[in-house]
Design a protein around this ligand. Structure first.
Ligand SMILES: [Zn+2]
Length: 67
């Protein structure tokens, strides 16, 4: 049964690393560029906060996607 434990530990470790990496990339890109990146709700493209169009609490990359 030890292989089940190993698998479980591996999965937990993997999801922890994945979570840490996604958090790290967000904060590092913020530090590097000094701006927040936002994902478009239509195409999920990341755009700088200053270029994002925010409409009804949703984020869009372009005027076309906000309509
Ligand atoms: Zn878009």
């Amino acid at each position: 049964m030890s292989y089940v434990l190993a698998l479980l530990l591996g999965w937990v470790g993997f999801s922890l690393i994945k979570r840490l990496m996604s958090q790290g990339s967000v904060s590092s890109s913020k530090k590097k560029t000094g701006q927040k990146m936002l994902a478009c709700s239509v195409c999920e493209t990341y755009i700088p906060e200053q270029d994002a169009i925010i409409k009804n609490g949703k984020i869009f990359c372009s005027k076309e996607h906000s309509e």
